[in-house]
Design a protein around this ligand. Structure first.
Ligand SMILES: NC(=O)c1ccc[n+]([C@@H]2O[C@H](COP(=O)([O-])OP(=O)(O)OC[C@H]3O[C@@H](n4cnc5c(N)ncnc54)[C@H](OP(=O)(O)O)[C@@H]3O)[C@@H](O)[C@H]2O)c1
Length: 506
């Protein structure tokens, strides 16, 4: 049996991504549940007008995720447990000075790498910076300071898939269209080099050497680099640039020598079940846009009725990360821990969509019937929508012309309708783009992530400590969770103004 609290009393921990959605809950939970923790180091990148220290105070200490621990122990006590380091995982040695590295050497036993770029289709070099190079540089620091490394990846590195996704597949050489693990046609180093060469060609084509990726870039270059990521991902069977880069990042880690590491792969991370309090969620990169569209009255759902949505509450993920971190420190770990829920407690799409629809009825008093669309129906619906908008625009144009032929001010008469139509057009385009991002997860593929290793991990932890950092997806009542945590949580913590007025009449 492993005593997690005792392990954390003996080792200092360095956390990256501590100001992100997941990172804040990891940080809050660690300090809340293990007050005897030896010390925590947090690496944050400065922004143009904010230092790492300022970001720490503003984005972490003032976050609701830390409210429980600050209330219990006081802001000063929490502050004293933490040292903030200014750094960037996309830079060699994470941008840390050699003096800083010396100070960390022999003190930090474990790096928890929660940093990552979660956008699905960013310019590919931006994704590589945090999700591929970043892994290399964090590993470099881990070796230099003699620490172990826990890296947060994603279950969706599997790419296209249907059915049970095992967590024991070898990492190196993996690509989604691989027929079997013996097939040796994929080398992550070759792919990384090829992709970099293509990125360079894009920059060179406009006379730039691309020295400052992420800096000011023309719209055309941004689009070409996003498109490049999409194409490289599609070529091998990944569903977006994010999962392509995350898989390459895993392979970079798996190829390291002289480093103890473990990979934790959560499914889609959603609102808190219990910690910091039920329903807390942050950012729009979760299912929030889908939920807000549902509440806005979406009736046609391009989803597989009989597929599970692999969702996991953020505090369960944070708990599992701490449990695996302790096992890794004790040398009792496995390489990969998938954190899904469907292999013990699936949340099926059909009842979920109906629940969201009921909620939308209650809020908006709208009537109508939900329809589940196949990929073909979804395509046909989109074409109908585009045609209807085009026909309405043509009709407005003809009516305006007719008025003007009579010497009347057609433009003035129809300007309000034209701008209303333009708004509808933009809303529809935005909705289609949003839906597109989710199609691989809800329509084109069907995933159940094997999550046996995390259950094994918890069998090595005492009942008392399991209660402190629970991993118990089998106990979640999904109807209760969506009704009392997820939907109100998204409405309270995520809802952007722009989404409030979404209408789905056209
Ligand atoms: N959200 C999900 O549903 C989900 C599911 C599975 C796995 N994951 C993984 O979980 C991790 C955390 O995701 P999240 O949802 O918490 O995302 P998030 O809220 O966007 O947080 C990402 C964090 O990474 C930091 N970061 C990115 N690039 C960095 C760099 N070059 N140097 C230093 N810090 C950097 C960001 O800092 P800045 O504020 O400076 O940008 C931010 O703190 C990611 O690795 C993601 O792939 C997320």
């Amino acid at each position: 049996m492993i005593k997690v609290g005792q392990v954390f009393e003996q080792h200092e921990i360095l956390l990256t991504g501590g100001n992100g959605f997941l990172g804040k809950v990891v940080l809050g939970l660690l300090l809340d549940r293990f007050p005897g923790l030896k010390h925590l180091h947090v690496l944050l990148r400065p922004q143009r007008d904010l230092s790492a220290q300022e970001r720490f105070a503003r984005e972490i200490l003032d976050s609701p995720a830390l409210a429980p621990v600050i209330e219990k122990r006081g802001r000063n006590a929490v502050r004293e447990k933490i040292t903030v380091w200014s750094g960037d995982i996309g830079k060699p040695l994470c941008g840390l000075e050699s003096e800083s590295l010396e100070q960390l050497t022999g003190r930090v036993g474990l790096i928890l790498n929660c940093a990552g770029k979660v956008d699905f289709f960013p310019p590919v070099d931006d994704s590589f910076r945090s999700n591929v190079d970043g892994i290399n540089y964090v590993a470099e620091v881990a070796k230099r300071i003699r620490a172990k490394m826990l890296h947060v990846s994603t279950c969706y590195v599997c790419g296209e898939g249907d059915g049970l996704i095992e967590e024991t597949d070898p990492i190196l050489g993996f690509y989604p269209r691989r027929m079997n693990p013996q097939e040796g046609t994929f080398s992550h180093t070759t792919e990384i080099q090829t992709c970099r060469k293509l990125v360079r060609q894009v920059y060179e084509s406009v006379g730039s050497n691309g020295d400052a990726p992420g800096g000011a870039r023309s719209r055309e270059i941004t689009e070409r680099l996003s498109d490049l990521g999409r194409k490289r991902a599609e070529r091998w069977g990944w569903v977006n640039t994010y999962t392509y880069a995350k898989s390459l990042g895993e392979q970079v880690l798996a190829a390291q020598e002289n480093l103890d590491w473990a990979i934790v792969r959560p499914a889609i991370i959603e609102s808190a079940l219990r910690f910091p309090f039920p329903g807390w969620i942050e950012g729009g990169r979760t299912s929030a846009p889908l939920v807000l569209m549902a509440l806005g009255g979406l009736k046609d759902w391009p989803v597989k009725k009989d597929a599970p949505l692999e969702v996991v509450p953020v505090d369960l993920v944070a708990s599992a990360i701490l449990a695996v971190g302790a096992l890794l420190l004790e040398g009792n770990h496995r390489p990969v821990y998938q954190l899904g829920t469907a292999d013990v407690n699936p949340l099926w799409m059909e009842p979920l969509v109906k629940l969201l629809d009921r909620e939308s009825h209650q809020q908006r008093k709208r009537r109508g019937k939900v329809r589940f669309l196949t990929p073909e129906e979804a395509r046909a619906r989109r074409i109908r929508l585009q045609n209807r908008i085009a026909r309405t625009r043509a009709l407005l144009g003809r009516m305006q012309g007719a008025l003007e032929a009579l010497g009347l001010d057609g433009e003035k008469t129809f300007s309000r309708w034209s701008s209303a139509l333009r708004v509808r057009e933009l809303q529809a385009a935005f909705r289609e783009q949003t839906l597109d991002q989710y199609l691989p997860f809800v329509l084109h593929n069907r995933y159940i992530f094997e999550s046996e290793n995390i259950r094994m991990a918890y069998s090595m932890i005492s009942a008392d400590e399991r209660a402190l950092i629970p991993w118990d997806p089998e106990k979640i009542n999904w109807t209760d969770y969506w009704t009392h945590n997820q939907i109100p949580g998204i409405e309270k913590w995520v809802q952007p103004d722009v989404v409030k007025d979404w209408s789905f009449k056209i």
